[in-house]
Design a protein. Structure first.
Length: 228
């Protein structure tokens, strides 16, 4: 009988290497985790709490694209993602007077966003049509500079690869899916994810371990077979 998975297990180095090959990590919010940025977010949100609308505009411009990208990956619908991002920022603004600086602004933002995304997933039928994710500048990830444009065959292979990976992630259980997107695509650490999802850090590690195990089992044969 296989040994039970410990609740505090986290993705191993091998798992991370496999998933890194399968799921590219775009630099969506790589600079957000710096201490300077967190201090700025805190100061800006405290100003917003005091009624400074311009500071809210700064936060909106800073996080709109990463947030839309998060929603697109969660709900697979660009228009719905735009609407949900607008709703998330509206809720942030409406709750500005209750803001307490104990947690990072991004933790609060992604907690609201995750709840909105999960509710949207439960309330609507699955969408089969693929979508293009947006990068940091708002350009589709499939866009290429003219002199770097891939061949039609390469484009088809990349499209199939992205579709297979995206489908595998989306078919994970809800919380595993959210944890993977936050961890791999949004570069959110375990502690923040635990607060976003309302679970312990050990539970986050367990969610990610099980998610990466499922992805490895599903995608590794394709990788070895040259299909990815």
């Amino acid at each position: 009988m296989a040994a039970p998975i410990r609740s505090d297990r986290q993705p191993t180095t091998d798992h991370k290497q496999i998933i890194s090959q399968l799921i590219p990590l775009p630099s969506v919010i790589n600079n957000v985790a710096t201490m300077a940025m967190m201090d700025q977010d805190l100061e800006l949100m405290l100003r917003v709490r005091s009624g400074d609308a311009e500071s809210f505009e700064v936060l909106l411009r800073r996080y709109r694209v990463p947030l839309v990208s998060f929603f697109v990956r969660m709900v697979r619908d660009q228009a719905l993602a735009e609407d949900l991002a607008q709703e998330a920022f509206l809720r942030i603004y409406q709750a500005r007077h209750r803001y307490q600086p104990e947690a990072r602004f991004t933790t609060w933002l992604y907690r609201i966003a995750t709840n909105l995304a999960l509710n949207a997933i439960r309330d609507r039928k699955p969408v089969a049509a693929p979508v293009e994710f947006e990068d940091r500048e708002g350009e589709p990830e499939t866009a290429r500079i003219a002199d770097e444009r891939p061949t039609a065959e390469q484009q088809m292979m990349e499209s199939d690869r992205a579709r297979i990976i995206r489908q595998a992630v989306e078919e994970l259980p809800e919380k595993q899916c959210a944890a993977v997107i936050l961890h791999k695509y949004q570069n959110v650490d375990y502690r923040q994810i635990s607060k976003v999802l309302g679970v312990s850090e050990s539970a986050v590690k367990s969610l990610l371990f099980r998610a990466y195990e499922s992805l490895r089992a599903r995608l590794e044969p394709l990788l070895k077979g040259g299909q990815l």
